[in-house]
Ligand binder design. Structure first.
Ligand SMILES: [Zn+2]
Ligand SMILES: [Zn+2]
Length: 364
């Protein structure tokens, strides 16, 4: 079978031929990959700036956003049958007994750093024809979501963020934690992570604003208005204007990976506000930020800054329910997130190319 491989030593990205995997244990499931999404992480791995192949392999099969169809199940598998659709989770636990999060099914909070991530770190990914994995790492997706199920993994970034926010608002007294309809949220960035986050916020009842550098009549801007969020151009409005336009900002969801704009917007976070970071910037020279103002606001306004990476099983399952809800409310906007579909033979060019919102490799 074919797979897209990145060779860090020889700096090559090419299709390789691999043996088709089979279920080896009773809890394993074999999937035929239907679609695999491409994101910035794949582009960084293909640019040899990120990721690590499995210890015994000269190359890394990339791809961590995949929708597959079950073709074979081990004898002890209970939750999936052939023909079902499923999405694969990404992170796998570290081997250390002392890692509480990994031993309790939450490797997204691993404390040792020795976790693996399929398609990213120490394990092959999903940009290939067949994948075998343990049932516990697969999440069943209803057949009605066939067209957009490949968006589930990127949506889990927002789902885990929402899980964190639910914990963080518990510190607030009384009605402050109950009613999102009088709460304003700002999403920074309008790529797939930002737009899926905006959908989650709109669906959760927040007054949602999306702040980014593009135009209102761009494909991204049209999705913002189609879902009932409001667009704010960062080229027209400096961050200092945001509080005047939006009012008290209760929640900021960062989805750019750019530190300058993120810290500028942090300085206008409102009273009792929460700021969620999801982007991973490259490590470059230090930048200037208004640290005294930010620190002053953090203290005087009871603010919280929270970073979040990866996601647990609950976030994938909540994501399935949310995708169903999004497809009820604004199906055209969800479909419009996928701006290109290419074959596995063209996957190399697709990963190395830029542009569009979400490109997807159609495998089967
Ligand atoms: Zn991704
Ligand atoms: Zn661990």
């Amino acid at each position: 079978m074919k797979a897209l491989a990145v060779f860090p030593a020889s700096r090559e990205v090419k299709i390789v031929d691999r043996p088709e995997p089979d279920c080896a244990g009773p809890t394993e499931v074999k999937l035929r990959i239907l679609e695999a999404g491409i994101c910035g992480t794949d582009r960084e791995i293909a640019d040899f700036r990120y990721g690590a192949p499995p210890a015994d392999s000269p190359y890394q099969i990339i791809g961590h956003e995949a929708l597959g169809e079950v073709v074979e199940v081990g004898s002890s598998v209970t939750g999936l049958v052939p023909g079902d659709l499923a999405v694969l989770m990404v992170r796998r636990p570290c081997p250390h007994d002392g890692c509480g999060p990994c031993r309790n099914g939450r490797p997204d909070f691993c404390i040792t750093g020795d976790f693996t991530e399929r398609g990213i770190k120490g394990a092959h990914g999903y940009m290939t024809e067949f994948v075998v994995d343990d049932e516990r790492y697969l999440v069943k997706v209803p057949k009605e979501l066939r067209e957009v199920g490949v968006l589930l993994e990127p949506l889990t970034v927002a789902e885990k963020a929402a899980e964190q926010v639910r914990v963080l608002v518990q510190r607030l007294p009384g009605n402050l934690k109950d009613d999102p309809s009088n709460l304003n949220a700002v999403v920074i960035g309008a790529g797939p992570i930002g737009l899926l986050g905006a959908m989650k916020l709109v669906d959760g009842g927040f007054n949602t604003w999306v702040y980014y550098r593009g135009q209102a009549d761009s494909p991204n801007g049209r999705i913002v208005s189609a879902i009932g969020a409001r667009f704010l151009s960062s080229t027209e409005h400096p961050p200092a204007d945001l509080a005047k336009i939006v009012g008290n900002i209760s929640l900021i969801y960062e989805a750019t990976g750019v530190a300058t704009i993120s810290f500028d917007v942090l300085s206008v976070l409102g009273v009792n506000g929460v700021f969620i970071f999801t982007g991973v910037p490259g490590v470059r020279a230090p930048i200037e930020i208004d640290a005294e103002r930010i620190m002053r606001n953090l203290v005087l306004n009871n603010q919280v800054i929270c970073g979040t990476v990866n996601a647990g099983r609950d976030s994938f399952e909540e994501g399935v329910r949310d995708l169903e809800s999004f497809m009820q409310r604004f199906p055209a906007a969800v479909r419009a997130l996928i701006t290109a579909r290419m074959t596995l033979d063209d996957a190399r060019d697709a990963v190395l190319a830029k542009g569009g919102i979400k490109s997807v490799i159609t495998v089967a």
